[in-house]
Design a binder for this molecule. Structure first.
Ligand code: ARG
Length: 352
């Protein structure tokens, strides 16, 4: 099927070139600006140019973007590789002559990841590992219609129904789609957000909103949560699925194995995932390509956050050792009252 172009983006080639150029001069929307080649944009047919405009809209409108682009269809990574590949390599630090294909291996047998053995104080932290996945039978979230969002949610809910019957998982599916048979009320949704299980209202995120990813909120959105609340799947956030394992403790091997097992079970219950021969698993945001994985610890670092919401100093220190910092409430949130933050390795693609 021909990839869909959402309506609402009507730009002449000159408009698009001018907008990106002016952002580039101001060093804004950063990777989109740096790697934008006007001649390439002009060389595209009208249809492709509109698609390019849609992909780069978030970076153009949000000058503080780092990447500044989201794919709308899995095919975009191959069809627009002329522009996207240099951006992807730049953001992941992979030189032009190095093969980008990820080498994924779930075997942690040779590596002891017992945090408590490394440092007593790490024996009971909140650990989480997630992978982003999209199915190949729907456009990526930025280009889905409301009907497609709701249709995808019911495909996912059928898979969860099977998972719920499996004694290793159990649990329930919670939807925030108005009128869904799994619908939860605003109070329960709020509590799940507070518990750092459910995702926040995406319609307040300017990056996702301009990209069309948060459109039709809250239709087609929900979360599966296992009986022990240690295996969760977000439906309809930045990717079709964000599959994650979450535990208090210090043994990363156990957590990692829980994720592997859950992902494997789900893979058999869902339509095939979208993959690219070059990049591995396809994600909306080029920063998540490959394994689509992010592993993090929620921990209290009051001394580095002045007990408040300011993450500036901590971010600077973390960067030096290859780590990223987010607030406890997720990306673009501040530290919790007690200095609670989310720390994760910055590396995605290119790391085994
Ligand atoms: N659009 C944002 C930027 O370019 C996304 C950054 C990565 N975060 C994410 N949730 N994909 O800065």
């Amino acid at each position: 099927a021909k990839p869909t172009v959402p309506s609402g983006v009507e730009m002449t080639p000159q408009d698009l070139v001018e907008k990106i150029k002016s952002n580039k001069q101001a060093r804004r929307g950063i990777l989109v600006g740096w790697h934008f080649v006007a001649a390439y944009c002009i060389s595209l047919c009208e249809y492709s140019r509109q698609r390019l405009a849609r992909m780069t809209a978030s970076g153009i409108e949000n000058p503080d973007s780092q990447m500044g682009a989201y794919a709308m269809n899995p095919q975009d990574y191959d069809q627009f590789a002329t522009m996207l590949d240099p951006m992807i390599r730049d953001s992941h630090g992979i030189p032009t002559d190095v093969d980008i294909a990820p080498q994924n291996d779930w075997d942690t047998g040779g590596t002891a990841c017992d945090l408590g053995a490394i440092d007593e104080r790490l024996k009971d932290v909140s650990m989480r590992v997630r992978v982003a996945r999209n199915v190949s039978t729907f456009p990526l979230p930025g280009a889905m219609s409301r009907e497609q969002r709701v249709a995808f949610e019911s495909v996912a809910a059928q898979a969860f129904a099977k998972l719920i019957e499996d004694p290793a998982f159990g649990g329930q599916y919670l939807s925030i789609t108005p009128g869904s048979p799994h619908e939860i009320d605003a109070d329960e949704y709020g509590q799940r957000v507070q518990a750092h299980q459910m995702f926040k209202d995406m319609s307040t995120d300017p990056y996702l909103t301009v990209a069309g990813i948060s459109a039709d909120w809250p239709h087609g959105r929900g979360m599966y949560v296992s009986r022990d609340e240690d295996f969760l799947v977000w439906v309809g956030e930045e990717d079709h699925l964000r599959i994650m394992a979450m535990q208090h403790g210090g043994n990363l091997n156990v957590l990692f194995e829980r994720l592997r097992a859950g992902l494997e079970t789900l893979t058999g219950l869902l339509p095939p995932f979208a993959t690219s021969p070059t990049y591995g698993n396809v994600t909306s945001c080029p920063t998540n390509l490959g394994a689509g994985m992010r592993a993090s610890l929620h921990m209290k670092l009051p001394g580095l956050t002045s007990h408040g919401s300011d993450l500036t100093r901590l971010k600077r220190e973390a960067k030096k050792i290859g780590l990223s910092v987010r607030g406890a409430g997720g990306e673009h949130s501040g530290a919790g009252k007690d200095g609670r933050v989310d720390i994760s390795p910055s590396a995605r693609l290119g790391a085994t």
